[in-house]
Design a protein around this ligand. Sequence first.
Ligand code: IPE
Ligand code: IPE
Ligand code: MG
Length: 245
Amino acid sequence: MSDKKNPPEFSVLPRHVGFIMDGNGRWAKKKGLPRSEGHKEGAKVFRKIGEYAADLGIEYVTFYAFSTENWKRPEAEVNAIMELFGDYLNEVIERIRENDEKGIRLNFIGDRKGISPELLGLMDYTHKLTEDKSKVTLNIAVNYGGRHEIASAVKEIAKKAAHGEINPDSIDESVISDYLYTAGQPDPDLIIRPSGEYRLSNFLTWQGAYSELWFSDILWPDFTEENFNEALRAYEKRNRRFGGV
Ligand code: IPE
Ligand code: IPE
Ligand code: MG
């Protein structure tokens, strides 16, 4: 259906789109497969949609891959997700070696504490390797929680204030934004959540204050470029007022 070489034109394009990649488990269940198969399929869709975002000319995309709350899942499932994440990072490295990269600048948001040293190494390496890529900045949110992010920022700021490095009176919204993982990036204009759940599940809590939301019943492994177009068409028609008239 969608023509990747010639993506459709949109009258307004969000600068930053967030994806809550949800529904992998239910997709697998429907097919009588283990949940890990759903994550595997979901990881393929993540690659496809990330590249499509770059083709569309979207500057920033953030994919919610693993939340601070997802550690509650069975160990085997957590390990399967982390393994898929590692596979993706190794694939990026391989692509760069073969000069077949997609112009994607990789960035990671979330708490590094809890992530294995092997994965941290791969994250740092791919971040460094893709630093000069300019088509799209792709944030992967791993061990990410919006409230945790805000609490960490507050802790950092409080430490500086205690050391006299920050004047408490100078702390405003922009100072807090500067202490988040997304410092320097625009807030998400559009957040897309498939899987029929109508919540943000701790995703970009601060940054999403004025984001447009788009929900769909499609399970993430079934999500297509066409679904992305649909969300973008809906976004075109939104009237963003930011409290004004
Ligand atoms: C999203 O799919 C992936 C992660 C949260 C890591 P789920 O695994 O949450 O899928 P459902 O919601 O159980 O269908
Ligand atoms: C949100 O999905 C987290 C990710 C997609 C990584 P969940 O499946 O964890 O969210 P809840 O539990 O349904 O709110
Ligand atoms: Mg879920």
